[in-house]
Design a protein. Structure first.
Length: 565
């Protein structure tokens, strides 16, 4: 028999909205949309949906939410769905619209927090998919610190082109190949037409799947929920189970503050770097740590990467895609290998109430799979995320070394103050072997919004310069980026960082093994240039872009917005 007193205590938040004579008007509004007195007597569970009809990543989440709500109702709660925004990096890439992508992370977090505060939900399930919706939802849930579950919508299936799997990365690189005259208009159109065959997030270990991996290992998502693809029939059952689970977390009062510990963040970093994951995970985990009040610095990523081998061969640095992880045994198998190898701590709590080791122990490896290795037979001895410092990046910069990228490059700087100018130079074949392409004033403040540079980096690779040209920017890279590409250079040019003091032809030295990013100049030259430097006029003086630029921190702090109190 149900303990009614305990059940009512589960409404200790929403009862302020629904209970007592003074709340009659509120109940009247709720009844206008079909809710009954019985519904309002139950805990109210917010269903934070990032569904949107502008991209494949989140396109299917409206249907998935129906199964989550069914699970909530079956477990004794009353679900209430609401929506946030979402911006597609892939669609906006290379345009002014790309500046809105990172800003959208803050707005997703803000909207979830506001809805939780405004409606006083007792618990919440967040449905996420595209890159920024995943950390954005986690940040909002962390601020609210209520019982919650985060559900990833799943990866897109790979397309097929001339007998091989292709992803959207192949389309971006085909653009560069087309510009170089290596493929025809017809071939480019064929690749574009088959690379994305249906809904779901980008298929490699790009940012979305990296962050989905992170969310399972850090404890926000139950192990075994993210690996199933967007079109997999299992996803409906997973969604239903997440609806049931959030009611269990409510009854047990399992909140983000219980599992977002320093050890959990270290596990998450190990999962990102050990799978050759996106450099954006640095930005997002720093942001999440700031919201959770957990001490974490950009240097921690390098230390953990040094001791974490790459145990999964995933694109763009490896061979397989996200759905291959699912076939091999799922993210749970990755967690199991990390724990068994002593790389991750198994005693951290997860949203299920069980430890990471307990959850990972349930993972079943597919016999003969080649996607995920154990630590002793890793694909690479050290992880894929490397932090550089030096005269050009006093606060740090990030480079991914997940595959066989060269560790050293020395060459002349080719300076561009906008991504579009760099892209035009690449497509016009003005970049040659040995160059270091510098794209600046694209940082959190200067962009504003820290644009990703997948279009430029892919064009460089597509033209056959991936092994002979390097790139550095105070902006970001897509998780699909490969090659010697350095992002998140901090401080950025817009706030007087050394990257803004570079001149055309300056000799830049990149030494990943020594963790250095420097410019060869006579002593005192940088300081002399600094004295003459003047800030660029803001690109936006009103609206959301200007507001963001006035509040955002630097990349080494996660590029979060910080109130000026």
């Amino acid at each position: 028999m149900r303990d009614e007193s305990l059940f009512m205590n589960l409404k200790h938040r929403s009862s302020v909205i629904t209970d007592g004579p003074t709340r009659a008007a509120a109940r009247s509004y709720f009844k206008a949309i079909g809710l009954t007195d019985e519904d309002l007597a139950k805990p109210l569970v917010g269903i934070a949906n990032t569904w949107i009809e502008t991209m494949p990543c989140n396109y299917h989440l409206r249907d998935l939410a129906a199964h989550v709500k069914a699970g909530v109702r079956a477990a004794g709660g009353t679900p209430m769905e609401f929506n946030t925004i979402a911006v597609s990096d892939g669609i906006t890439m290379g345009t002014e619209g790309m500046k809105t992508s990172l800003i959208s992370r803050e707005m997703v977090a803000d909207s979830i927090e506001l809805m939780g505060l405004g409606y006083m939900f007792d618990a919440m399930v967040a449905l996420v998919a595209c890159d920024k919706t995943i950390p954005g939802a986690a940040m909002g849930l962390t601020r609210l610190d209520i019982p919650c579950v985060l559900l990833y919508g799943g990866s897109i299936a790979p397309g097929r082109y001339k007998g091989r799997d292709v992803t959207v990365l192949d389309v971006f690189e085909a653009i560069g190949a087309h510009a170089a005259g290596k493929i025809t208009d017809v071939e480019l159109n064929e690749i574009e037409g088959c690379a994305c065959p249906g809904p779901g997030a980008c298929g490699g270990q790009f940012t979305a799947n990296t962050m989905a991996t992170v969310m399972e290992v850090i404890g926000f998502s139950p192990l075994g929920t993210a690996s199933a693809g967007a079109a997999d029939p299992r996803k409906e059952k997973i969604a239903y189970r997440c609806g049931e689970l959030v009611m269990e977390t409510l009854r047990r009062d399992i909140r983000p503050s219980a599992f977002l510990t320093r050890d959990a963040f270290e596990n998450a970093i190990a999962a990102a770097t050990g799978t050759g994951g996106s450099t954006n995970s640095v930005l997002h985990l720093l942001a999440m740590a700031r919201e959770a009040g957990v001490p974490l610095t950009i240097d921690d990523f390098d230390a953990i990467s040094r001791r974490t081998p790459i145990i999964a061969s995933l694109k763009p640095g490896g061979e397989f895609v996200a759905l291959d992880v699912d076939k091999a045994g799922g993210i749970g198998l990755i967690a199991k290998r990390l724990v068994e190898g002593g790389v991750a701590k198994g005693n951290t709590l997860t949203v299920t109430g069980r430890t990471l080791a307990e959850e990972a122990a349930d993972a079943v490896e597919t016999p003969g799979q080649q996607v995920i290795h154990d630590v002793e037979h890793a694909f690479k001895e050290t992880g894929g995320l490397v932090i550089l410092k030096g005269s050009l990046a006093p606060s740090g910069a990030v480079v991914k070394m997940a595959g066989h990228e060269r560790a050293y490059h020395k060459g002349p700087a080719r300076i561009f103050d906008r991504e579009e100018d760099a892209m035009q130079a690449v497509l016009a074949r003005e970049i040659v072997a040995g160059d270091v392409v510098v794209i600046r004033y694209e940082g959190p403040v200067g962009g504003p919004g820290m644009r990703e540079m997948l279009g430029v980096t892919s064009a460089i690779v597509g033209e056959g310069l991936g092994e002979s040209v390097a790139l550095m920017t105070d902006g970001r890279f897509s998780g699909a980026t490969r090659g010697l590409m350095i992002g998140h250079v901090a401080p950025e040019a817009a706030v007087g960082g050394p990257i803004g003091l570079l001149r055309e032809g300056d000799t830049i030295v990149i030494d990943a093994e020594k963790r250095r990013l420097d410019v060869e100049l006579p002593a005192g030259e940088l300081e002399a240039r600094r004295a003459a430097w003047k800030p660029m006029a803001p690109r936006y003086t009103r609206g959301v872009m200007a507001k963001y630029a006035s509040l955002v921190s630097q990349a080494d702090e996660g590029a979060i917005t910080v109130p000026k109190l």
